[in-house]
Ligand binder design. Structure first.
Ligand code: G16
Length: 546
């Protein structure tokens, strides 16, 4: 073992002779930073993924992406065997490896091997992919080199959305029970399930969707998906793609994060009254919907609205089946108060988790059907084996009515349409489209399920964002001293007010969220809380404002 670790150390020194100067943390979704600081970390994550593959005896995935972050950033996310996020204990190993000095690296690797009992001589496979960032190719090469040095086979899938890579990993490790591990296999699975879910009476004209691809990898993949749907099921949905990266910059004035946080339509896309629009983020793992009404007012349908729509659709069918399967919705502190109230009133259990889909996913699998979405549009639905078995039996049970059998068939097809491994813009878009078709709704009918409380998100730059510490799923802050008291006092002044702050796990900022009954009050609360963060947590740059 020591000999292997030592040769890795020597190989690294020859590639990256400079000392380790940046401090990295495996944040909300892996390591993220300016791309030019990441070469060594990505190389080391190749080694880590190789070790993880040896340890699990399964294929591990790695995506080079910084998702919603600006184009000059990049990042690396490791994907576990069933397409889920990297196990917590390996996040700790990832941190140790990323921050070790070149001289310590060998012993860190040897310690990981000892602790996990992995056989360093075994083989394995790591599936790698990247988004469209200019730095992606260079970083992917480092990644593959790191994998190779562990004696594991590195497979380069090239340009994929993050959820597509999650899908590949799950397919490979389940011997294709989840699907065929190719890009075409992914489109075929979605297209077939979409076709299976079509209502008996189709809308008179195919739904039309205008798609903001954030100038990222999702734009081209959406076009490919549409082609496969048309070949499979005919012209049943019409999707026009904007911000496809041919002229604009990745995530700049466009994409799901921009639309959600700015609460306005992206640049690069003309939005006419009533048209259904969607925005993906840079690696297509988030989606939000939006439209303009007759007075050109912008309306956002975010992750909360998607979760509610999906949960109600599933709930109605579960009631038809009269099963005792459990259904629950997992949200984060960012969930709009109105969404939580609506679910409570609909008798659908709802719980809160820490920000980061990895946390929501863990909670969601506690239900037979767990719907989880972050308000930012990142989420999916997971189904237990028992739920799938129940739907399969119901779909074919001659003792049930046609309606009941149909409910079973639809839930089964839904479980295939949804990318259960992680939030997936393409799959989530089809999920919403099919539910809207069944309900005969457009965005405006969907939007009136409940009315969002006006809300505002801001970012505050501080010297060290980690001085902000939180508890109660981020809803209260315990440090710096006195900040929570200030927030409480400000919230107290606003009707329906709620606010919290937390350090971002993907950007070097503290995030501020505020909601209240009136738009002006939500904006005022957000600014005032941000100013307290600036004052008490060591703000830098300008004092926060709208
Ligand atoms: C990532 C995570 C999400 C999280 C988001 C923002 O999204 O996957 O779960 O909500 O970051 O995290 P934070 O507020 O900690 O910066 P993405 O789309 O960038 O991968």
């Amino acid at each position: 073992m020591e000999a292997v670790a030592d040769s890795l150390r020597k190989e690294e020194l020859s590639r990256f002779p400079e000392p380790v100067i940046w401090k990295f943390g495996y944040g909300t979704a892996g390591f993220r930073d300016k791309a030019d600081r990441l070469d060594r970390v990505v190389f080391r994550m190749g080694i880590l993924a190789g070790l993880r593959s040896k340890c699990t005896g399964a294929t591990i995935g790695v995506v080079v992406t910084a998702s919603h972050n600006p184009v000059e950033d990049n990042g690396v996310k490791v994907v576990d065997p069933l397409g889920e996020m990297l196990a917590r204990e390996w996040e700790i190993f990832a941190n140790q490896m990323a921050n070790a000095s070149p001289d310590e690296l060998g012993s860190v690797i040897a310690e990981i091997a000892r602790t996990t009992g992995l056989d360093i001589t075994s083989t394995g496979q790591v599936a790698c992919a990247r988004d469209t960032r200019p730095s992606g190719k260079r970083l992917l090469k480092h990644l593959l080199k790191g994998v190779e040095l562990t004696g594991v086979d590195g497979r380069d899938y090239g340009l994929l959305t993050t959820p597509q890579l999650h899908y590949m990993v799950r397919c490979i490790n389940t011997n294709e029970a989840f699907g065929v591990p190719t890009e075409d296999g992914y489109y075929q699975k979605l297209a077939m399930s979409f076709k299976d879910l079509l209502p008996k009476v189709l809308p008179s004209t195919a739904p039309r969707v205008r798609l903001d691809g954030a100038n990222g990898v999702g734009a081209d993949k959406a076009r490919k998906l549409v082609q496969v749907i048309q070949a499979t099921a005919g012209n049943i949905i019409d999707i026009e793609v904007f911000n496809d990266g041919t002229s604009g910059t990745l995530n700049e004035n466009c994409g799901a994060d921009y639309v959600k946080t700015q609460q306005k339509a992206p640049m690069g896309m003309e939005v006419n009254q009533g048209e259904r629009c969607v925005s993906f983020d840079g690696d297509a793992d988030r989606i939000v919907f939006f439209y303009m009404d007759s007075v050109q007012k912008f309306h956002l349908l975010d992750g909360d609205k998607i979760a509610t729509l999906a949960a109600v659709f599933i709930y109605e069918r579960l009631r038809m089946l009269k099963t005792d399967l459990s259904l629950g919705v997992v949200q984060t502190a960012y969930a709009n108060g109105s969404a939580t109230n609506y679910l409570n009133q609909s008798n659908i259990p709802v719980v809160c988790a820490l920000t980061g889909v990895k946390h929501l996913h863990h909670k969601a699998v506690e239900y037979d059907i767990g719907v989880y979405f972050e308000a930012n549009g990142h989420g999916t639905v997971v189904f237990s084996d028992q739920a799938l078995e129940t739907f399969t039996k119901a779909a074919e049970d001659g003792r049930l009515s046609e309606e009941e059998k149909e409910a079973g068939r639809q839930l089964l097809a839904l479980s295939r349409l949804i990318n259960q491994t992680v939030g997936d813009s393409l799959s989530d878009m089809l999920l919403v489209e099919i539910i809207l078709m069944h309900k005969g709704w457009g965005c405006s009918e969907w939007n009136v399920m409940y009315t969002d409380l006006p809300n505002r998100q801001l970012k505050v730059q501080v010297k060290d964002r980690m001085v902000v510490k939180t508890t109660d799923f981020d809803r209260k802050c315990t440090s710096p001293e006195g900040l929570q008291e200030q927030i409480d006092a400000l919230v107290f002044q606003e009707t329906g007010g709620r606010s919290f702050v937390r350090p971002s796990g993907t950007e070097d900022v503290v995030r501020v969220y505020a909601e209240a009954e009136k738009r002006a009050a939500a904006d005022k609360l957000a600014v005032e809380v941000a100013q307290q963060v600036y004052k008490l947590a060591g703000g830098i740059g300008g004092v926060p404002c709208l």
